[in-house]
Every structure is written in structure tokens, then in C-alpha cells.
Design a binder for this molecule. Structure first.
Ligand SMILES: NC(=O)c1ccc[n+]([C@@H]2O[C@H](COP(=O)([O-])OP(=O)(O)OC[C@H]3O[C@@H](n4cnc5c(N)ncnc54)[C@H](OP(=O)(O)O)[C@@H]3O)[C@@H](O)[C@H]2O)c1
Length: 331
């Protein structure tokens, strides 16, 4: 039996509603045919948007609200139904009322990530090559005399190139789109911080780490590279949890790759490694805006990791109890 999803085919169950075909004599177990009547109200104003007594798509009544921008809820303030939800399995009678919210214009996740990550990559390089109108004209297209500045540029570019390639070839996202307005917020965050960090690191008056000197830079590079490999390993492990084209979510477990063994203690080790990478970059450059970016990223990732950790606990009864959201035994 085909399934009728809550959103895409708007809560109407065409596959289970064929007009009864008369097949004389053939004795078959009778299937109860259920007819649904569905009314959709605006979640804010409670105005009736449409009433469906037949199989129809909401987007055929209101073409401006294509399925990706629809949020359909059972309760005006409740959670959105999932695309996979089936009307027959929802706690509604044969007359159901649903609430609709417009999620706004949507944009694909891949476009979002590519825009978010290509910006910092290119912006940083503009500062590194000291293109005109950034520093005093006498410094146009000059290069820094400090080797750590060149190393930092390599690390920064490597990080964002890796993220771009992972977005294209590794991640298997479950959501196709996100609201267009988010891209402005996210780009301001990533582009703004990249420009701020790059300005100081590539500044002609920049001074390399002085506390422990070269040894500090070497240690920082080791930490950075270690965490980049770790982060990539986790992304591969997450990818392998989800067969192509599916939205399956499973409990991630350590694999043969030692970088994934941290799954024993942490729910979102990709964020743990991401934090480690930026700590490494902070140590390497000893630059305040980098430390600030690391701190803000850490706060954001902690919020997300806690949410994901809670979802795992809710979804999987046998979820390993030893795990913390982002930092083993701490947070
Ligand atoms: N520096 C910063 O401020 C910062 C902030 C955030 C992220 N990042 C970086 O960006 C990377 C990606 O971030 P993200 O928030 O998208 O990471 P994420 O939520 O952990 O997701 C990574 C990928 O794995 C999938 N996935 C996650 N858990 C899964 C599970 N249990 N079963 C199957 N698939 C699963 C996700 O699919 P879904 O589409 O279903 O989620 C997504 O495709 C991070 O690892 C980090 O390196 C950096």
C-alpha cells in the first residue's frame, strides 16, 4: 500500500481511496475505506485556508505555498508534522483540523552551505593577498614576513575547502531546504568573522605567537590537523549510517577508524573536533578575533549538540548512557 504523507499530498489519502472496483465472486477480505475531511486553518489568524473533502494538494489551492514552505501542525503552537507522517496514523478522526504556517521562501541546503563556506574562503584570500583598499597602499599585494601567516592561510583555506567538498560529496542531508532569510544571517556570521580574523592575521603589523613561539605554532598545527581528520572521520561515519536517498537516523557507534571511538563518550563528536580545530587555529595565530569566533562557535555548537543529544535519548531507548552532548563527562 502506498503511503500518504502529511505534507506533500496534503493529508489526503489517494492510494487508499480508490473508488471501489466491483469484482464479482472473488472473495476477499474487505478493507475499510476511510474518507477524510480535512480543514486547514492559518495558525496565527485561525482563518480557514481551505477545506478538503476530496484528494487535493494545498499547493493546488494556494500555488504560492509549494510543499517545502508548508508547515502543517495538529496544534497551532505545536511541532510541524514530518513529511513522512501518514494521515491514518495521526491522532485525528475522519474530520481533521490542521494548522498551517508559511515557512517563507526556501533555498536548498547545498546552496546555503556552498554560499556560507565559499565566502570565508575567498574573503580570507583577499586579505592574505592584501588586495588594494584594505591596508595602506604601500602594502598592496605584498606578502607577510612571518611564516605563521602563510601557514594560517593554508589551514583556513584547507578547512573551508574541506567543508565545501564535504557538502557536495559527503553529507546526506535529511532536509532539502531552509528558509531563504537564514542565509543572510548565516552569511553575515561566517563572512563577517572570516573578514575580521583575516584582517588582523594578515595585517602588516601582525606579530606571531610570542608566549611559546615556534613550538606553540607547531603544537597548534598538530591539534588543528588531528581535529580536521577527526571531523572528517565523523562525517564519513554519519554518512554511512544513512543509505543514499533515505532520511534514516540511527545511533552512531565507533567504527574501525580510531577517530570515531570518541562516539563512546560523545553524541556529536564532529562538533568536538570542530571546536578542537578552532582552538588549534587560535593557538597558532594568537589572535583575539579568532578566539572570539571559537567561543561563539562553541556556544552555538553546544546548543545544537544538546538538542541532538536530547533527540537521541527520546528516539532510542537503548541509547548509550555514558555519552555527553559535546565534551566527554562535562557538557
Ligand atoms: N564553526 C562553527 O561555528 C560550526 C557550526 C556548526 C557546524 N559546523 C561544521 O559543519 C559541520 C556540519 O554541521 P551540521 O550541524 O550539519 O552537522 P550534523 O547535524 O551533525 O550533520 C552532519 C550530517 O550527518 C547527518 N546526520 C547527523 N546525525 C545523523 C544520524 N544519527 N543518522 C544519520 N545521519 C545523521 C546530517 O543529516 P541531517 O540533514 O538529518 O541533519 C548531516 O547530513 C559540523 O560537523 C562542523 O564541522 C561548524
Amino acid at each position: 500500500m502506498q503511503r500518504t504523507t502529511a505534507k506533500e499530498s496534503l493529508l489526503a489519502p489517494p492510494p487508499i481511496l480508490p473508488p471501489p472496483v466491483k469484482r464479482p465472486k472473488a472473495k476477499k477480505t474487505k478493507k475499510a475505506v476511510v474518507f477524510f475531511e480535512v480543514e486547514i486553518l492559518d495558525a496565527k489568524t485561525k482563518d480557514k485556508l481551505c477545506f478538503l473533502d476530496k484528494v487535493r494538494l494545498l499547493s493546488s489551492v494556494h500555488p504560492q505555498w509549494y510543499p517545502a514552505r508548508q508547515s502543517i501542525r495538529l496544534d497551532p503552537k505545536g511541532k510541524s508534522l514530518k513529511d513522512e507522517d501518514v494521515l491514518q496514523h495521526l491522532p485525528v478522526g475522519t474530520t481533521a483540523t490542521f494548522y498551517f504556517r508559511d515557512l517563507g521562501a526556501q533555498i536548498s541546503w547545498v546552496t546555503v552551505f556552498l554560499t556560507e563556506y565559499a565566502g570565508p574562503l575567498l574573503l580570507y584570500l583577499m586579505f592574505y593577498f592584501r588586495v588594494p583598499f584594505i591596508y595602506a597602499p604601500k602594502y598592496d599585494f605584498t606578502t607577510s614576513k612571518h611564516w605563521v601567516v602563510h601557514l594560517a592561510c593554508m589551514c583556513h583555506s584547507f578547512h573551508y575547502l574541506k567543508r565545501l567538498l564535504e557538502t557536495l560529496f559527503v553529507h546526506r542531508f535529511s532536509h532539502g531546504t531552509m528558509p531563504l532569510r537564514n542565509i543572510f544571517k548565516n552569511c553575515t556570521y561566517y563572512w563577517g568573522f572570516a573578514a575580521w580574523m583575516a584582517y588582523y592575521i594578515n595585517h602588516p603589523l601582525y606579530t606571531p605567537p610570542t608566549i611559546y613561539g615556534e613550538q606553540q605554532v607547531r603544537m597548534a598545527l598538530v591539534l588543528f590537523l588531528f581535529c580536521q581528520i577527526g571531523n572528517f572521520s565523523i562525517h564519513i561515519a554519519l554518512r554511512n549510517l544513512r543509505p543514499p536517498g533515505s532520511k534514516t537516523r540511527k545511533i552512531p557507534y565507533p567504527t574501525k577508524n580510531p577517530f570515531t571511538w570518541i562516539f563512546l563518550l560523545v553524541s556529536c563528536p564532529n562538533y568536538t573536533y570542530e571546536l578542537g580545530s578552532w582552538l588549534g587555529f587560535t593557538l597558532m595565530t594568537q589572535c583575539l578575533p579568532v578566539a572570539f569566533f571559537t567561543a561563539v562557535g562553541f556556544i552555538q555548537m553546544t546548543v545544537w549538540a544538546k538538542g541532538k543529544h536530547r533527540s537521541y535519548l527520546k528516539e532510542f531507548r537503548d541509547y548509550p548512557p555514558l555519552r555527553s552532548p559535546i565534551l566527554p563527562f562535562i557538557l
